[in-house]
Write a protein that binds this ligand. Structure first.
Ligand code: SF4
Ligand code: SF4
Length: 226
């Protein structure tokens, strides 16, 4: 869902604040599940996303990986979980494509009715789409990804579109910024398997205290003072 490339190449070139209007409202995506059927392994999952998926499914990260719903991958110097989209093939073993020529690798949480079975706990990047988030010196802004969703869309206030994800919530914003800082630090260092595994174990172990954000901050402090 979130592509890499210059902002001008993948968006309308504008940055949006939560107060701005943006043409992002897909009105429930009626009859379409395109973005849940392709590129799902680009959905990198934060510790909060994994926590939410565990709440939705009653399964730990390890169990979700064993079930083939998630997979672990090294990306930008981090070991990170992503959604696992198994390729769809015809009887001859050839990839099945949608009307756009894209290979189908449906999300494991997409049900037979074409709906998200973890909708209320879906990952952050899924909640944002077709918006994306870009980090700046002052925090973060939003942009509208173009060329990915050709469904008719109407204007909606960014704040309303992302309200589900509690983006305006201060603790959520703080978590996003702190997680981004960790990701940037990991990206900037020489790859070291021991460090990569330690960071993964620290942040992706189950959060069981009942206060995700507080527990995340304790773990972050542990990393900073290690
Ligand atoms: S491509 Fe657009 S309309 Fe289709 S599922 Fe994704 S966001 Fe919804
Ligand atoms: S988690 Fe839900 S919204 Fe996200 S790709 Fe899967 S089915 Fe779609």
């Amino acid at each position: 869902m979130l592509r890499e490339g210059a902002l001008e190449e993948i968006s309308d070139g504008k940055l949006y604040t939560p107060r701005d209007m943006v043409r992002a409202d897909t009105a429930g995506c009626k009859g379409c599940s395109r973005c849940c059927e392709v590129m799902v392994d680009s959905i990198v999952l934060t510790p909060l996303d994994v926590h939410h998926l565990s709440e939705a499914t009653g399964k730990t990260l390890t169990e979700l990986v064993e079930d083939g719903k998630l997979e672990l991958t090294i990306r930008d110097g981090m070991l990170i979980p992503v959604l696992h989209g198994a390729p769809k093939r015809d009887v001859a073993g050839n990839p099945i494509r949608n009307a756009y020529g894209e290979e189908l690798r449906p999300c494991p949480f997409l049900n037979e009715s074409g709906q998200c079975s973890v909708y209320k706990k879906r990952p952050d990047l899924c909640r944002l789409f077709p918006l994306g988030r870009i980090y700046t010196e002052d925090g973060f802004s939003y942009f509208l990804q173009d060329g990915e969703c050709d469904h008719p869309r109407s204007k909606v206030k960014v704040k309303k579109w992302i309200a589900d994800a509690a983006i305006d919530d201060e603790r959520y914003a703080e978590f996003l910024l702190h997680w981004h800082e960790i990701a940037v630090a990991m990206r900037g260092q020489t790859p070291n398997e021991t460090v990569i595994r330690r960071v993964f174990s620290l942040f992706y172990a189950p959060y069981e205290s009942g206060d995700f954000y507080a527990e995340f901050e304790v773990r972050r402090e542990a990393l900073l003072h290690a």
